[in-house]
Design a protein around this ligand. Structure first.
Ligand SMILES: [Zn+2]
Ligand SMILES: [Zn+2]
Length: 220
């Protein structure tokens, strides 16, 4: 069936899930019997807990940012969308780590503009991109796998959306035809047919089938 979006979800990388299942620290693979801290913790150490927190995604906005950070541009045409911002030197690393904004380039330094050294920096403008599901969710693509995500500019997304719409329509049509065909076979099987009626029954059922196919095409 055509699948719908799920909405909110916490995404844990597959290798973490596998390690937890076998009693290892999800981050460094240290077996639980070697842990210095209580086994009720998820990770072997504070450091691993911090690392764990960095690599799980809390819902769509975080996953979206991670995909844009990974790609750094539109993966189809290579377009790089930028925004210029003034950042204090001490904030630049924090921006990079916490907000996951990809720092492209620092290019102008204003000495002593504020208390701190201020840089005019060029950042990747995440708001201008669309993060697209390579295999659409409605075609059973994984909504939450970063491998199924790609960064597109607005233009390339329009093209991709058109292609997706066509494929989804074809899938719906196929599903509908399968249902109609199934119904047709059931009707024929259930019909109380003797030899004289056989021909008429098939003709009637075929006409009904063609009519339903026509209706289905109109619905799409
Ligand atoms: Zn660990
Ligand atoms: Zn593009």
């Amino acid at each position: 069936m055509v699948k719908k979006r799920e909405g909110y979800k916490i995404i844990v990388p597959q290798e973490y899930t596998d390690r937890i299942a076998t009693g290892l620290c999800p981050v460094c693979s240290k077996p639980q019997n070697e842990w210095q801290r209580s086994k009720t913790w998820r990770c072997c150490s504070k450091e691993c807990t911090i690392e764990y927190g960095k690599n799980i995604f809390w819902g769509w906005p975080a996953l979206r940012r991670a995909a844009i950070k990974r790609d750094g541009k539109c993966v189809k045409c290579g377009r790089v969308e930028t925004i210029t911002k003034e950042l204090m030197e001490s904030d630049i690393q924090r921006y990079y780590d916490m907000y996951e904004i990809v720092l492209l380039k620092t290019f102008i330094k204003y000495e002593e503009k504020y208390d701190d050294t201020t840089w005019e920096v060029q950042l990747l403008d995440m708001s201008k991109y669309v993060v697209d599901h390579i295999v659409p969710i409605s075609m059973s693509g994984d909504e939450w796998a970063i491998e199924n995500l790609q960064t597109l500019c607005q233009e390339c997304n329009k093209i991709k959306t058109r292609i997706d719409m066509g494929n989804i329509a074809k899938l719906r049509l196929k599903e509908k035809f399968t249902d109609i065909g199934q119904k047709f076979l059931e009707d024929v099987a259930e019909a109380d047919i003797d030899k004289t009626e056989l021909k008429d029954t098939f003709i009637n059922a075929s006409q009904k089938l063609l009519k339903e196919v026509d209706n289905a095409k109109r619905d799409i």
